[in-house]
Design a protein around this ligand. Structure first.
Ligand code: DX5
Ligand code: ZN
Length: 218
């Protein structure tokens, strides 16, 4: 599968968002990852759909929205209208998961379901047929810059095997948290093909070189 990178804006200079996004594009980054935190599902509060709307106006890059919110139900219409290309909800959130995933699809957006490190990967299986992508969190959601959790690698491998068995060879598997040149190899070998990277991309000396290294490391 083609390996894609998605730059997590959390690690960018938020006072210069449009410039940071154009830096991603010039460096060959594939997607922009937009982490939405509500202060309930996780401690921090980041940004919401009005900010996404300004991001949309500043770029034609693919916008990957990761909702870390207690109840995403009402957010789908807001983020879809604001210009998201893909919306991810958490399987641990409090909503009718199947109905919310269908709502994302109905609005013409790519659909994804995320799972926290301590939640068994089997939790997403009842919803796989509704998804274009599964996000396997490789750190506890809530903060950028955390250390990669190696125990999540076996979950990626189980998911890839299950998807293949079900004939879902095109399922994207995204990983998020602590992804760097060092950790990319293990997650890709296990079957991940969309790599979210915040710190490693934005804090690198040369974003293009780091992006190439993330994509090529095997
Ligand atoms: C964590 C977020 C991640 C985070 C990744 O809750 O979902 O997207 O920004 O940041 P790094 O790559 O720095 O671990
Ligand atoms: Zn994220």
């Amino acid at each position: 599968m083609t390996i894609k990178t998605s730059a997590s804006l959390l690690a960018s200079n938020l006072a210069q968002l449009a410039l940071e996004i154009s830096r991603c594009k010039k460096s060959g980054v594939d997607w922009v990852h937009f982490d939405v935190m509500d202060g309930v599902f996780v401690d921090q509060i980041t940004y919401g759909s009005p900010v996404l709307k300004t991001v949309r106006a500043s770029t034609d890059m693919f916008l990957d929205v990761h909702l870390m919110v207690e109840d995403p139900t009402k957010q789908i219409a807001l983020f879809a209208d604001a210009g998201a290309d893909l919306i991810t909800i958490h399987v641990e959130s409090f909503c009718n998961i199947g109905e919310v995933l269908k709502d994302i699809r109905k609005r013409g957006k790519k659909v994804a379901l995320a799972v926290k490190p301590k939640t068994p990967i089997e939790a997403v299986y009842p919803y796989l047929h509704l998804c274009d992508m599964v996000l396997v969190m490789t750190v506890e959601p809530g903060y950028g810059g955390q250390a990669f959790m190696p125990e999540t690698v076996s979950k990626i491998a189980s998911l890839r095997k299950t998807a293949d068995t079900l004939g879902m060879k095109e399922l994207d598997i995204q990983v998020d948290g602590g992804i760097s040149e060092k950790t990319a190899e293990a997650v890709k070998k296990a079957g991940a093909n969309v790599l979210v990277a915040g710190t490693s991309l934005f804090k690198s000396e040369n974003m293009k070189e780091t992006n190439d290294a993330l994509k090529n490391a095997v």
